[in-house]
Design a protein around this ligand. Structure first.
Ligand code: LLP
Length: 429
């Protein structure tokens, strides 16, 4: 039996050490790296499925649509897996619509969120017959109506209402439920805009949407925002507007450092009683919860350096591969992929090759001493890892693999130098 390391313990931990060697399901990190190189994103298929089922199961009383938030990890293999498990999608761009269509997520299970949809993106989603547009401004609503009229159809919409709820997220960049953000329609304007929407020739009013932030570990903001939204639903009903669905958004937090956070059943205990007798369909848009702990990033140690009283472990993965530590000061566990007995633990900065002081994966982190050539695993990087990766410093983006039991397959090839110059090289005189 191995020891659990990189997951949060809500479901079977599928990243475990066997004889001191980290495995994803039945495949060792060394094996994967030998075949696919580093840096490498590794996803556990069964962890994704178990997490999806744990989430869906917790809210089963509502028989909800789970519209997986594609931005967390839009890899086609991941989307295909979730499509087969019955998930829908929450998309925020034409590119994400394209991905979901390729992966076979049905359009009737797709909702389109986002504050800045272009007319081209709206037209593509209208043509695809998606379930709902989560509209975030009066301007978008009017543009969508006009577009639908010219396309001889009507656009099903929800208004994304900003409930003005303070949410504690680890970084203020990911709190979206309060007034001073760009997100949603102000609560006090929502009723008026619903009445306008109901009159627009290209619009079908279908639901209401709320999303309060990301990596939320407290159930209270959900209870508050759902309560506020249901008050609005009730006022709308009294004034003749009946809504078919309520979309509660995503944001359900995970444990990054192994401390216990709320499970989906805790969120369910807080909000299912509010929702179950409304007669409305419920939608959730989880991203991170489904895929975050189901992925790791494997990186190789290139060099060690001692300077200014500090020890730097320089890895072949940098902020272009995993932006979260640098962008949000976020914490990801760093573990040697092979445990060597007798190594003392020392605090180090784990840094990448990018020419920026902000390029780090962990700061002042006690980890067992490592040597150049050894592998490190960066935990819980299945969400907002690859999806936020860039090619900064002309670094090809990493490969992605997906593991199921003893089987593993490439989910995305490592980018090549030719990929980096596509669209430029052929234009040289
Ligand atoms: N629905 C909407 C409208 C969203 O904006 C988001 C995330 C989600 C659902 C999914 O949230 P989740 O369940 O994954 O927390 N890059 C940041 C997270 C940004 C989240 C943006 N919106 C990070 O790495 O922490």
């Amino acid at each position: 039996m191995g020891t659990s390391v990189l997951s949060d313990g809500h479901v079977t931990d599928l990243f475990q050490y066997h004889d001191g060697i980290l495995h994803c399901e039945g495949v060792s990190a060394e094996r994967l790296v030998a075949e696919y190189g580093t840096p490498l994103y590794v996803y556990s298929e069964n962890a994704i499925l178990e997490r999806y089922r744990a989430f869906a199961g917790a809210f089963a009383a509502l028989d909800p649509l789970i519209a997986y938030s594609v931005k967390a990890n839009g890899n086609l293999a991941v989307l295909r897996l979730l499509a087969q498990a019955g998930a829908g999608a929450d998309i925020v761009s034409g590119g994400e619509l394209h991905r979901t269509r390729l992966a076979g997520i049905p359009s009737e299970r797709t909702v389109f969120s986002g504050v800045g949809k272009t007319i081209t993106e709206l037209a593509a989603a209208l043509a695809a017959n998606i379930y709902a547009f989560n509209v975030e401004s009066a301007g978008e609503l009017r543009m969508l109506s006009e577009l639908a009229v010219t396309m001889k159809t009507r656009a099903p919409i929800a208004l994304r209402v900003n409930p003005d709820v303070e949410t504690l997220t680890p970084h203020h960049y990911t709190a979206t439920g309060h007034k001073q953000t760009k997100f949603g329609i102000p609560y006090e304007d929502a009723e008026r805009l619903y009445h306008e929407a109901a009159q627009l020739p290209g619009i079908i009013v279908r639901g209401v949407d709320v999303h309060i932030g990301s990596q939320i570990l407290d159930v209270e903001p959900y209870r508050l925002s759902v309560t506020r939204i249901l008050e609005l639903v009730e006022r709308l009903r009294k004034s003749g507007i009946d809504l078919e669905f309520i979309d509660v958004g995503g944001g359900f937090g995970i444990s990054y450092d192994g401390e216990s956070g709320p499970a989906p059943s805790d969120f369910a205990a807080a909000i299912v009683p509010l929702l179950e007798h409304t007669g409305m369909r419920t939608i959730f848009e989880p991203g991170r919860y489904i895929v975050g702990p189901a992925g790791i990033l494997l990186t190789r140690v290139l060099f060690m350096k001692h300077m200014g009283g500090k020890t730097f472990v320089i890895t072949d993965a940098g902020m272009n591969d995993l932006l979260r530590p640098s962008h949000y000061s976020s914490y990801h566990r760093v573990e040697p992929a092979v445990r060597t007995p007798g190594r003392e633990t020392v605090p180090v900065d784990v840094v990448g090759p990018i020419c920026e002081s902000g390029d780090f994966l962990a700061l002042d982190r006690p980890i067992p001493r490592v040597e150049p050539g050894e592998l490190l695993a960066i935990g819980a990087t299945g969400a907002y890892g690859f999806s936020m990766a860039s090619t900064y410093n002309a670094r090809p983006r990493p490969a992605e693999v997906i593991v199921a039991g003893d089987a593993h397959k490439l989910a995305r090839s490592r980018e090549t130098y030719d990929d980096l110059v596509r669209g430029e090289a052929e234009l040289l005189e």
